[in-house]
Design a protein around this ligand. Sequence first.
Ligand code: AMP
Ligand code: ZN
Length: 124
Amino acid sequence: MDNCIFCKIAAKQIPASVVYEDDELLAFKDINPAAPVHLLVIPKQHIATLSDCTDAQAPLLGKMLALAPQLAAQHGIAVQADAEGERSGGYKTLINAGPDGGQEVYHLHLHVYGGPRPWRGLGT
Ligand code: AMP
Ligand code: ZN
């Protein structure tokens, strides 16, 4: 898709700090991080918004979400549990859709962000 910044990142036409890549997905660091770790997971294929997705995209969406814990572990923000079962660590996952959803870049992306608080987070 012409003039789509995330398509250009997927095509390696503009630089990004890539942390994961396979045949369908790319993950890279958000340029304006809202937390100590802030990653974006995108499909390489251009899909403008979650609202364009149907059951046909369910496997792709599942793959995007399932990548989050793997990325979190690799970036030191996984949810941990001690011997007593007390949990620590963690992160958020977020897909903004449309203007009222706060979507600014119209290429589907999953935010994965977290780490030790405090951090500002995204939106409200
Ligand atoms: P959203 O508001 O959900 O559309 O989020 C778009 C995100 O893309 C924001 O968190 C931006 O900081 C991020 N972003 C925009 N341009 C780039 C870029 N060139 N490289 C990495 N992240 C970007
Ligand atoms: Zn695109």
